[in-house]
Design a protein around this ligand. Structure first.
Ligand code: BG6
Ligand code: MG
Length: 214
């Protein structure tokens, strides 16, 4: 049977992509660069530092490491202002119900996110108590598509990777789960999330039975 379910945060549990987008766009525009929603898509699942590198690259802008650290902090300050105002209304459809039914079935839950703001977000939307373990951007050294974040979650729950199910909305995250030998449910579009074992438009579409059949 299933030993653990590991959830990505941004785009799976809550839709914070819009806040990341607004903050990156403000930064890019201040630097005289453009920032489109298509570019924002490419930043899903990608760490803060790497996201900034890509934005600078796209804008043909060069900054020293020290300058980059200042810019990343500036973006994060704006982002934190926005997430501090989040409420439980921003939980994506089906997320709370699925987490509750997984736990009711005696299966452990972990968060596996690239974000360093994960705990604050879960606290704001009231989902913190539904996770047995949090593995986030503060606890990993390699980012997705490296499987570290998910393997750490599985290890903390004493679960065998082959008996873990990961929920992901980003290509990098699906690759990470597969590299870790786990089953993965993609949340989003089939055409984008090719490598997943199952793709759903939203977590409302799945239940424990669906997961047990994977
Ligand atoms: C991921 C998001 O979950 O976290 C990325 O999909 C984001 O867009 C990354 O860059 C890091 O987040 P944070 O909160 O540490 O800047
Ligand atoms: Mg995500």
């Amino acid at each position: 049977g299933i030993e653990a379910c590991i959830f990505d945060l941004d785009g799976v549990i809550v839709d914070t992509a819009i806040y990341h987008y607004k903050a990156w766009k403000r930064l890019a525009n201040e630097l005289g660069a453009d920032f489109t929603e298509t570019q924002n898509e490419k930043l899903k699942g990608i760490s803060r530092v790497r996201s900034l590198e890509l934005i600078l690259e796209w804008g043909g802008i060069s900054k020293t490491a020290d300058e980059q650290a200042v810019l990343a902090t500036r973006k994060n300050d704006w982002y934190v202002d926005m997430i501090n105002r989040m409420t439980p209304d921003e939980i994506l459809p089906g997320a709370r119900e699925l987490l509750e039914s997984i736990r009711a079935a005696g299966i452990k839950t972990a968060l596996g996110s690239a974000s360093k703001n994960a705990a604050v977000i879960l606290e704001k939307v009231g989902l913190l108590p539904l996770f047995d373990v949090l593995v986030d951007g503060n606890s990993v050294s390699s980012s997705k598509p490296d499987p570290e974040v998910f393997l750490k979650g599985a290890a903390a729950l004493h679960a065998a990777p082959a008996k873990c199910i990961v929920f992901e909305d980003a290509i990098a995250g699906i690759e990470a789960a597969k590299a870790g030998g786990m089953k993965v449910v993609g949340v989003g579009e089939q055409a984008v999330l090719q490598g997943a074992d199952l793709v759903v438009g939203s977590l409302e579409e799945i239940n424990i039975q669906t997961l047990q059949q994977l």
